[in-house]
Design a protein around this ligand. Structure first.
Ligand code: FAD
Length: 671
């Protein structure tokens, strides 16, 4: 092996699955010096995860590529529940909407992971020099704990092994070898971890690639369920592994089952359950239970599982309907386990995200979504510490916010899996069976959870609400030394803008050109904090006076905006002020508002994209944003949004000092 020498990087990401790619995407937007490595030689081309919840689409849109997913994907509108009737014959018992109407401007869609990874790769190319370094895996990790609080230090040292072409091509299973179909067994959680094998092969191979040593300020282990990073840190996954084994088939079905283009949950009387997920390109994914008890009664070895076996199980469940196929795109087998990591970070320097810290069944379509949302939560925080805007204290909120989500997810999956895998009750006296009424209600409740919009972060330095994070993190010691979390926002000023949750979206018009926008469309993921001023009815003198006074105090040389914005940078580089007023558009003028709300620059003149109005549009109706947000249309209010669109604080137009205390809790004075 040749020694590739020593280099430094601000962040090293291990693993280029959904979690790692989302991390790299944030770093690309902030211009952070980051590297991302993956042991595999190629990206995924088909199969694997496929469900995108509406919150994930909102996030994709904030990065500018939701439209690609929206166009290419299959949209899921309805769920059909199929159960045996009194005579044991399969029949449709219910239809429910797949996404609860009104919760998001997007609905749940399905598209295979390979395409989703492609969108990320294209976006990285467009915005940065960050490229996935494939066939590279870490061999040794050294962490200098004593230097973990040294802001300029590189406490992490990782030896990287570069693999050759020969070493990185995974073996396909016997059933697939030589066939056109690819299988996902080598990536399945039932496959043995091959990290050690790859490493030893590389070292033994005389033609092996080089080694290098990288020093890093931060490291993120996005290296999946077998996480090497987690093992180096000695962190455990807590929870249980069940013996339910599920087969997954991506086929173009030939069938007389009428609801094959709907998402279906099918419980047969005694031949197991099938979940139908209609997909893009005429494909349908079938999740099929292969074992009937929680402690498997079949000596199933993954090596023995074939697509034909999985199909046979599905045919039994679907009888009397017929099911067959000529084309199979991908297949795998999956074992359900519900586990959460005890720790999501080592001294807020090395972080774990995605499957590396939580695993669960694939049926609720959550893994990829929650994994991406982990690093969506983490990486703007790391970036703002690296660029000098924030104190390291905000990094603690990664674990306090995301571990709770992982625990909720596991609890949900635990309940849902058992309901799904169990045999349906024959009647109300059948205690061993699963009540279909309970199943339907779990499905409906699950839908809200599964949409991703129900996420509600607890109190912390960056979420100004009552309570403290330590109380919400059971058993984990998350204390904030800062006084700033004593700032509590005024929730009653906007009933539907919940502190801790993502900002909902309603249509508003641009004051300057009358174009309608969904408010979320304006909230790009560009690293800026946002102060949204609901300016109220500015046609009334007293209200406009309040707005003018606010503008004056925000523009003071000693205002938090000026203190926390680096000298020489545009006034909106750290904080973006967005105004939505409720006076009639036609009789209001951009220049009625204080300059700071639509700042002037030498090069570009006035900024016409900061002031919006809640009014009737020419072609898209009236968004009624004030009414939907629950904001008083005369008096308005102010909202602080984090760079990830979650609500931090609510207050009145006079609460500038309170807002100042909030930001002073974690931001660094730059000016
Ligand atoms: P992974 O996707 O596992 O990515 C980890 C990456 O790290 C890989 O690229 C791997 O090569 C690399 N790596 C691992 N070890 C090392 C190492 N030592 N060095 C360097 N690189 C390394 N989720 C959903 O949201 N919706 C669904 O519909 C859904 N369906 C699924 C269906 C199936 C059949 C399966 C198997 C999973 C499904 N999931 C679904 C789950 C989803 O695939 C995972 O939750 C998601 O991929 C996790 O993303 P991740 O980035 O954390 O990890």
């Amino acid at each position: 092996n040749t020694n590739g020498g020593l280099s430094s990087v601000d962040v090293l990401i291990v693993g280029a699955g959904p979690a790692g790619l989302m991390a790299a995407t944030w770093f690309a937007r902030y211009g952070v010096n980051a590297r991302i490595i993956d042991k595999r030689g190629t990206k995924i081309f088909n199969g694997q995860a496929d469900g995108l919840q509406c919150r994930t689409l909102e996030i994709f849109d904030s990065f500018g590529f939701a439209d690609r997913a929206w166009k290419e994907s299959n949209h899921m509108l309805e769920i059909c529940l199929w159960n045996p009737d009194e005579d044991g014959v399969l029949r449709r018992s219910d239809r429910i909407p797949d996404t609860i109407p009104g919760i998001s401007r997007f609905q749940q869609v399905v598209l295979h992971q390979g395409r989703i990874e492609r969108f990320f790769l294209d976006s990285l190319k467009e915005h940065s020099d960050i490229r996935i370094e494939r066939g590279v895996l870490p061999q040794k990790l050294t962490f200098n704990q004593a230097a973990s609080e040294d802001e300029d230090g590189y406490p992490i040292e990782v030896v990287l092994q570069h693999l050759t072409e020969y070493e990185i091509n995974p073996e396909q299973s016997k059933a697939t070898k030589g066939a056109a179909t690819s299988d996902g067994l080598y990536r399945s959680n039932m496959a043995a971890d091959d990290t050690e094998e790859l490493l030893s092969k590389a070292i033994a191979n005389s033609k092996a690639g080089s080694q290098e040593t990288v020093r890093a300020k931060y490291m993120i282990g996005c290296d999946g369920a077998h996480s090497w990073t987690r093992k180096q840190l000695g962190f455990e996954l807590e929870g249980e592994q069940t013996d339910y084994i599920w087969g997954v088939l991506d086929i173009i079905p030939i069938t007389d089952f009428p609801d094959i283009r709907m998402r279906c949950a099918i419980h047969s009387a005694s031949s197991g359950s099938v979940m139908v997920i209609p997909r893009e390109n005429k494909l349908v994914r079938l999740y099929i239970q292969m074992t009937t008890t929680e402690k498997g009664d079949l000596p199933l070895d993954r090596k023995n599982i074939t697509p034909q076996m999985i199909l046979k199980c599905a045919q039994k469940t679907l009888a009397p309907y017929k099911l067959d196929y000529k084309y199979c795109d991908w297949w795998t087998a999956y074992q359900i386990g519900q586990r959460v990591g005890s720790n999501f970070s080592k001294d807020e320097r090395i972080f774990l995200a995605g499957d590396a810290v939580h695993t669960h069944s694939p049926k609720a379509g959550q893994g990829m979504n929650v994994s991406m949302q982990d690093t969506f939560n983490l990486c703007w925080k790391i970036s703002s510490v690296l660029n000098g805007n924030s104190e390291r204290s905000i990094l603690k909120t990664y674990q306090s916010e995301r571990r709770k989500i992982a625990q909720d997810l596991i609890a949900f999956d635990h309940k849902f899996s058992r309901l799904f895998s169990g045999r349906p009750a024959k009647d109300v006296m059948d205690e061993a069976g699963i009540s279909m009424v309970e199943f339907k209600s779990a499905f409906e409740k699950g839908n809200m959870f599964a949409s991703g919009v129900a996420v509600d972060y607890g109190a912390s330095v960056i979420v100004a609400k009552a309570g403290n994070a330590a109380e919400q993190e059971d058993g984990n010691d998350v204390e904030f030394e800062s006084d700033a979390c004593r700032v509590v926002g005024k929730q009653d000023l906007a009933n539907n803008i919940k502190i801790g949750m993502r900002m909902p979206s309603f249509k508003v018009l641009n004051q300057s050109d009358a174009r309608p926008w969904h408010f979320q469309e304006i909230l790009r993921s560009n690293g800026k904090w946002r102060i949204v001023l609901f300016a109220g009815d500015v046609s009334k003198k007293e209200q406009m006076a309040r707005v003018q006074k606010l503008g004056k105090s925000l523009a003071e040389p000693n205002s938090f905006i000026n203190r926390f914005t680096p000298p020489g940078k545009p006034v909106d580089s750290v904080f973006e002020l967005l105004t939505v007023h409720s006076a009639p558009r036609a009789t209001t003028d951009l220049h009625d508002f204080p300059d700071i709300l639509h700042p002037f620059s030498e090069r570009d003149g006035w900024d016409y994209w900061k002031i919006y109005v809640d009014d009737e549009s020419y072609h898209e109706g009236h968004g009624r944003a004030y009414e939907h947000y629950g904001v008083d249309s005369k008096k308005g209010c102010m909202v602080i949004l984090r760079p990830d669109q979650y609500v931090s604080w609510l207050g009145n137009l006079e609460d500038v000092e309170n807002m100042d205390s909030f930001f002073s809790g974690f931001m660094k004075v730059r000016n």
